[in-house]
Design a protein around this ligand. Structure first.
Ligand code: AMP
Length: 374
C-alpha cells in the first residue's frame, strides 16, 4: 500500500488524507501541534518543521511527500528530496515563499503582474511610493498569508507606522489594484506532464481572508479563461510540476493580473469536493502517487462559504437541499478557518433558490448578488 507523508496538519492536510484514504493510500502527517486537526483522521508525528530527525523518519516511512502550507523550511525538504520524492518540488516551494521571487517569476514568464518594488530600506520605500503613488500595499516578502503581514498605505501619514511595523523584514511594495473582481485558477499536472484545469472560481475576500467562492463562473469570458489557464500552464511546465497548483488573479477591465501562487490545494477549490467528480484533494493525491488524473469538470454550480472563527449550529443549514457540511474539528478562535459549507446544484434555478435560502439563514444578502452578477 502506498503511504503519503504530509508536512503540515491543518484542514488542507485533513482533506488530503480523507481523499487519499478513498484511494486506499495511507497517510502520515507531521505537525508541531498534538491537536493538529489532520491528526483526527490520520497518523501523526508531532515535531517541529525543522526537526530533521523527525523529517527523516517521515521520509523513511512514506513513499512520497507533500505539504499543506508554503512556509515549510525549504532547506530541510531539499535534504529529504534525495531519499523520497517531494511533490510539488522544493524549487517552486522556495519561489512561493517569497513574494518578490514570485512576482519576478510572473514577469519572466510574461504573466501580467501589478507594479511592485523590492524594499530593503526607507529610501527604497520613499522612492517606490513616488512611482506607485497612494494607495499602495506594503507586504513582508515572507510568511504572509490570509492578509497577514500587509498594510495598506492610503496616504503619506500611513508610511511611518507601516515602516516601523515591518522594519527589519525584507519587504515588497505593490501598487494598490482597484480590481473589478478576484478569481483563481487551479490546475493539476501529473509526472507524465498531463494537465487538467478546474473551472475558474470567483472569490470574495474579507480583511484578506477568503470568505466565499463561486464556481464555475457563469458567462466567463473565453479569452480571460484561456489567459488564466495559459498563465498557470507556463508555471506548471517551467517547474516540471507534479500536483495541484493555484494562481490567484485580480481582474481589471476584463484582464487578469497575477497576485500570488500557492503550490498546493487551495481554499478557493474546496467546492470541488462536492462540485466535481474528482476534487482538487483527490487529484493532488493522484498526481503525487503516480495515478491517472480524475475528471475536473463541474457538476452544475457551487458556492463555498467559509466558517471563520466559530462553527454555527449545523442543523438549520442541513435543511437546505444540496448543502454539504465540512467541519475541520478545530477549536473556535477569532480569524481561524474552522469549516466550510458548499451548496451544489446541477440546475441553475435550483441553485439560485438554494443560495437565497443560505443567504437568508446566514444574514448575508450579498451572496445572492454574488452568484447572479457573473
Ligand atoms: P494576499 O495575501 O496577497 O493574497 O492578499 C489577500 C487579499 O488582499 C487579496 O486577495 C486582495 O483581496 C487583497 N490584496 C492583496 N494585495 C493587494 C493589492 N496589491 N491591491 C489590492 N488588494 C490587494
Amino acid at each position: 500500500m502506498t503511504r503519503l507523508g504530509i508536512i503540515g496538519g491543518g484542514q488542507l492536510a485533513r482533506m488530503l488524507a480523507q481523499a487519499a484514504h478513498k484511494l486506499d493510500i495511507s497517510t502520515l502527517v507531521l505537525d508541531p501541534k498534538a491537536d493538529a486537526c489532520a491528526g483526527q483522521v490520520s497518523e501523526l508525528i508531532q515535531a517541529e518543521y525543522d526537526d530533521q530527525t523527525a523529517l527523516n523518519q517521515l521520509a523513511e516511512q512514506c513513499d512520497v511527500l507533500t505539504y499543506d502550507f508554503e512556509n515549510v523550511p525549504a532547506a530541510g525538504l531539499q535534504q529529504l528530496a534525495g531519499h523520497c520524492p517531494v511533490f510539488p518540488g522544493v524549487d517552486i516551494l522556495a519561489v512561493a515563499q517569497d513574494r518578490l521571487s514570485e512576482k519576478t517569476l510572473f514577469g519572466e514568464l510574461d504573466i501580467a503582474v501589478p507594479e511592485f518594488h523590492a524594499i530593503n530600506s526607507r529610501p527604497d520605500l520613499l522612492a517606490a511610493l513616488e512611482q506607485t503613488g497612494y494607495p499602495a500595499v506594503l507586504k513582508t516578502r515572507r510568511f504572509g498569508y490570509d492578509g497577514k503581514g500587509q498594510s495598506i498605505l492610503r496616504q503619506p501619514e500611513d508610511m511611518e507606522p507601516a515602516w516601523r511595523r515591518f522594519e527589519g523584514h525584507p519587504l515588497i511594495l505593490e501598487q494598490f489594484v482597484r480590481y473589478d473582481w478576484e478569481c483563481s485558477v487551479i490546475g493539476v499536472r501529473s509526472a507524465e506532464g498531463e494537465i487538467a484545469y478546474y473551472p475558474l472560481a470567483r472569490n470574495h475576500h474579507n480583511h484578506g481572508i477568503l470568505d466565499y467562492s463561486h464556481a464555475p463562473i457563469p458567462n466567463l469570458d473565453a479569452g480571460l479563461k484561456a489567459t488564466a489557464q495559459s498563465y498557470l500552464r507556463r508555471i506548471l511546465e517551467k517547474f516540471d510540476y507534479v500536483g495541484v497548483l493555484t494562481l490567484e488573479l485580480f481582474v481589471v477591465n476584463g484582464q487578469p493580473y497575477a497576485n500570488e501562487i500557492a503550490p498546493r490545494v487551495h481554499n478557493s477549490g474546496h467546492w470541488s469536493i462536492d462540485g466535481t467528480a474528482c476534487s482538487q484533494f483527490e487529484n493532488h493525491v493522484r498526481a503525487c502517487c503516480g495515478l491517472p488524473l480524475g475528471d475536473t469538470r463541474a457538476i452544475g454550480e457551487s458556492l463555498m462559504l467559509n466558517w471563520i472563527g466559530d462553527l454555527p449550529d449545523s442543523a438549520p443549514y442541513l435543511k437546505i437541499d444540496g448543502l454539504h457540511w465540512h467541519p475541520y474539528g478545530k477549536q473556535a478562535r477569532e480569524g481561524r478557518k474552522v469549516g466550510h459549507a458548499t451548496l451544489t446544484a446541477a440546475d441553475r434555478e435550483v441553485f439560485h433558490a438554494q443560495v437565497r435560502q443560505l443567504a437568508k439563514l446566514h444574514g448575508n444578502p450579498e451572496l445572492v448578488e454574488f452568484v447572479t452578477q457573473s
